[in-house]
Design a binder for this molecule. Structure first.
Ligand SMILES: Nc1ncnc2c1ncn2[C@@H]1O[C@H](COP(=O)(O)OP(=O)(O)OP(=O)(O)O)[C@@H](O)[C@H]1O
Ligand SMILES: [Mg+2]
Length: 400
């Protein structure tokens, strides 16, 4: 009888691998050729060009739906400028940070500061006031007479990080240049939230949007070319079926042409094919990949719910399609089993509407004759997924 571990390891060693370079399918990979984005690459380069002549480029705002190549294009332009700058002695600094990856405004400013060359001592990771960090950043620019470009990706998150100070810091950043008597600061903001601007202070909009570049959506044909190119580099020859490529492109191109989704689909489909020891990625693998990605998304969102939301979900799972009153009764019993104080019915009713917004449950108003109306809720995801996701939660283990 063969050992189950050895059997899998043997299969992996001798088995067919159809992905020859996984890194190429990672979101951070910068391909040599960026297709369908000639004009956008030119526009971003044009806009930042003055930095090479030691003058200040205008602040720039880059917009477009998710997966339309904004991060890719901006990163490529700054890395090309950086390459040239390194050969010269000009004090030019281009730094990149992503507001979504930083959990605090402090963290974001420190990340920018570190890339500007400020040490741990000059810019400690905790303990300073935001205005103080900001001052130290600007001082560094003044002292070194640097022409700096700060790229802030997913800048809409910055406004949310610390809502009030966040908005204020955005204003200060966009106007920072006015406080510099030597050196300069240009801000490049990237956002996929097209309504982001409406939420901003008009003063910020006018200074941040000195220039604006909008990335249009890709169509299905363009998405197809993008993945074909990626497949050529990442997979061994002839290992992806043409219908599989078409399906990927159709799935990812359907709504607004999301290249990230297309690349994710083909990567996961490739992994599934390898696991099944198939020699080719087929449409079935792509369908399975799509399902898996969807489930992962739901799982991540389930995991992020606070305890009482999780208890409410379990209450619904136990009596799918029940009314708010029934859910509340079941929720109270669950609280008792896990030894937690229950929240009020009013709070739970409100919570149900909030969870409904996330799409994990759906509600339906039901008229009950003379008793008025009630809302009934059911899960839109499988109860297996809930069990699977919550089973590692020590508090919840016993009740599912
Ligand atoms: N024209 C293109 N050619 C090759 N690859 C592309 C192209 N456009 C996008 N991609 C790839 O698609 C993925 C998503 O692109 P990118 O990260 O630039 O999207 P984005 O516009 O910044 O999206 P978001 O707003 O969600 O951050 C990346 O892996 C990127 O390499
Ligand atoms: Mg991006």
């Amino acid at each position: 009888m063969s050992d189950p571990i050895d059997r899998l390891l043997d299969a992996a060693e001798q088995g067919k691998s159809i992905i020859k370079n996984r890194d190429i399918l990672h979101f951070s990979y910068i391909p040599n050729q960026i297709q369908h984005r000639k004009s956008e690459q030119e526009q971003v380069t044009q806009s930042l060009l003055p930095i090479l002549k030691q003058s200040r480029p205008s602040n720039l705002l880059v917009y477009g739906k998710p997966g339309t190549g904004k991060t890719l294009v901006v990163k490529k332009v700054i890395s090309k400028i950086q390459e040239r700058v390194e050969k010269s002695n000009f004090p030019i600094k281009l730094v990149y940070s992503n507001s979504k990856e930083e959990t605090t405004l402090y963290g974001l400013l420190v990340s920018l500061g570190r890339q500007m060359g400020l040490s741990d001592k000059e810019l400690p990771t905790t303990g300073l006031a935001i205005s103080e960090i900001f001052k130290r950043l600007l001082n560094r620019i003044i002292e070194d007479k640097t022409n700096a470009i700060f790229v802030i990706d997913e800048i809409d998150y910055l406004a949310q990080l610390v809502s009030k100070t966040g908005k204020d810091i955005l204003y200060q950043l966009t106007r920072a240049n006015e406080r510099l008597d030597s050196g300069s600061l240009t801000l490049v903001g990237i956002s996929n939230d097209l309504t982001f601007k409406e939420k901003l202070d008009p003063r910020v909009i006018s200074s941040l949007g000195e220039e604006e570049i909008v990335f249009p959506n890709y169509d299905v044909e363009q998405i197809k070319k993008i993945i074909e190119e990626r497949i050529k580099e990442a997979f061994i020859e002839n290992s992806v079926d043409e219908p599989a490529v078409n399906l990927c492109a159709a799935m990812a191109g359907g709504e607004h042409g999301d290249a990230r989704r297309a690349i994710d689909l083909i990567r996961v489909a490739g992994e599934i094919a390898e696991r099944n020891q198939a020699d080719k990625v087929t449409s079935d693998h792509v369908r399975e990949a799509s399902q898996k990605i969807e489930e992962n998304k739901e799982e991540t969102s389930l995991k992020s719910f606070p305890l009482h939301e999780k208890l409410v979900l379990i209450a619904i799972m136990k009596a799918n399609g029940s009314s708010t009153g029934e859910i509340y009764a079941s929720y109270k019993a669950l609280c008792k089993s896990v030894g937690r104080d229950e929240l009020t019915q009013r709070r739970i009713t409100q919570m149900l509407s909030e969870i409904e917004l996330s799409g994990i449950i759906s509600g339906r108003l039901v008229h009950q004759g003379t008793h008025g109306r009630t809302k009934k809720y059911k899960l839109t995801i499988s109860s297996d997924l809930i069990k699977k996701t919550f089973k590692d939660d020590l508090t919840l283990q016993d009740i599912i």
